[in-house]
Write a protein that binds this ligand. Structure first.
Ligand SMILES: Nc1ncnc2c1ncn2[C@@H]1O[C@H](COP(=O)(O)OP(=O)(O)OP(=O)(O)O)[C@@H](O)[C@H]1O
Ligand SMILES: [Mg+2]
Length: 400
């Protein structure tokens, strides 16, 4: 019997890129997450000439641990590599919990642009007086031409196509470690509206302050169930700050903030504790809403669940607008892990909670996911009370 192997068509890159990320803004998230995993303290995202695909570019520059030639081959050029799944799954310097695990995130770069350039300066193990990482004397520069890769049929054809090139470069003196990705020949030209949408979306990489801190003062109870969605046991030095700077064409619009959340009529907080076999829901109306409907009160429900059916501990907070929609850039319920946005993305048209579906089909007068729980839902004798179905756009929420 002859020995055989798999042949991989280069289409795999496209398929993975498309499957992974729905939108360009989320594609960029993957690259920012890599900078976080690489122990950078600042990552700068800059855009230039975004309206003209021929000379448009986006750069993502970080001050993290970088890569040498070998790390580049094993990390960056190995698809679905095991770099971050072995060991304790924490970064070397700041002991951050890795956001990466699948080994495919950087393929998101393919979705944004036809060409990727990487310049990386590996950390020498030394810090300067300001705690910045000092580079080794040599770095690497690499280019990946995705068009050329597409023209290769299988992965075996890539080497001779020249689609991927790597060279080592000398530092010529003192340098800080870090990695800069340059995306050239963007796949689309960006209108002002695209950029604005992108800025707001990009800001949801990290959870907005109305979720990480207290709910706004406009609500009748504060704190409600949770002081913050992200209050973690103060892990020793894993709290090293991480900042995202937006530059050039991405220089920023106002982040969605307190003013938005303060417009909500209701806020709901959810605490899922599989170990205790329960999920707690607490909701509160805004003071304004309560003045109008005095019977609107803080409601609390504890629902018993079986650990096997409900194994995931999480906290959630959802701001609700009645009969109105949140701005499209923030509407929907998102999921965060370790402080970063993850799938399911919960943006427009991503109806992962089935809310839009339930609102339109309205088969029974109870949301499908709540079937069987009717007895747990508090009932009151308030004649003005009604069951109301609302679409995703009425909710701005976050869960972790
Ligand atoms: N900015 C960066 N600095 C240092 N190394 C990087 C950087 N970006 C990517 N790498 C290296 O490239 C590898 C591949 O990144 P990629 O995002 O594809 O996979 P991952 O982060 O391991 O997992 P996931 O697919 O879940 O994000 C990383 O594991 C890391 O070794
Ligand atoms: Mg990654």
């Amino acid at each position: 019997m002859a020995r055989a192997t798999f042949t991989v068509d280069t289409q795999l890159f496209r398929e993975l890129g498309e499957l992974l990320v729905g939108e360009d803004a989320t594609a960029l998230t993957e690259l920012v997450k890599n900078s976080y995993d690489a122990d950078s303290r600042v990552v700068s995202i800059a855009g230039r000439s975004l309206g003209k695909p021929e000379n448009s570019l986006i750069t993502i520059a970080d001050d993290g641990v970088g890569m040498n030639g070998e790390q580049f081959n094993h990390g960056f050029l190995t698809v679905a590599g095991r770099e971050k799944t072995t060991g304790d799954r924490r970064s070397k310097i700041y002991r951050r919990i890795y956001t990466g695990e699948k080994g495919v995130g950087r393929l998101a770069a393919r979705k944004l642009a036809k060409r990727l350039e990487v310049e990386s300066w590996p950390w020498s193990g030394k810090l300067d007086v300001q705690g910045r990482l000092i580079s080794q004397p040599t770095g690497i520069r690499a280019t990946i031409d995705w068009d050329k890769i597409d023209r290769c049929r299988t992965f075996d054809d890539i080497p001779k196509s020249g689609a991927v090139r790597v060279e080592t470069i000398p530092a010529n003196g003192f340098r800080l470690a870090g990695t800069t990705l340059t995306l050239r020949r963007l796949r689309k030209s960006w209108t002002k509206k695209d950029i604005e949408k992108f800025q707001r979306r990009a800001l949801t990489f990290r959870p907005p302050q109305v979720f990480t801190g207290q709910i706004p003062e406009t609500f009748v109870a504060r704190p409600l169930l949770l002081k913050s969605l992200f209050s973690q046991p103060a892990a020793s030095n894993s709290e090293e700050p991480f900042r995202i700077d937006m530059l050039g064409a991405f220089d920023i619009v106002e982040p969605p903030g307190v003013s938005d959340a303060a417009a909500a009529q209701w806020v709901l907080e959810i605490l899922s504790e599989p170990k205790r076999g329960q999920v707690t829901y607490t909701m509160a109306p805004s003071q304004k809403f309560q003045r109008k409907y005095p019977k609107a009160q803080v409601e609390r429900a504890v629902i018993k669940v079986k650990r096997a059916q409900n194994p995931i501990p999480f906290r959630g907070r959802i701001y609700n607008l009645l009969n109105r929609s949140w701005d499209g850039s923030i509407a929907g319920v998102r999921v965060y892990m370790n402080g970063f946005r993850v799938l399911p993305y919960g943006e427009a048209k991503n109806d992962w909670l089935g809310l839009d579906d339930d609102t339109t089909s309205r088969a029974r007068d109870l949301l499908r996911n709540l079937k069987g729980l009717a007895g747990d839902i508090p009932r009151s004798a308030d004649s003005e009370e009604e069951t109301k179905m609302q679409r995703n756009s009425a909710y701005w929420g976050l869960s972790r």
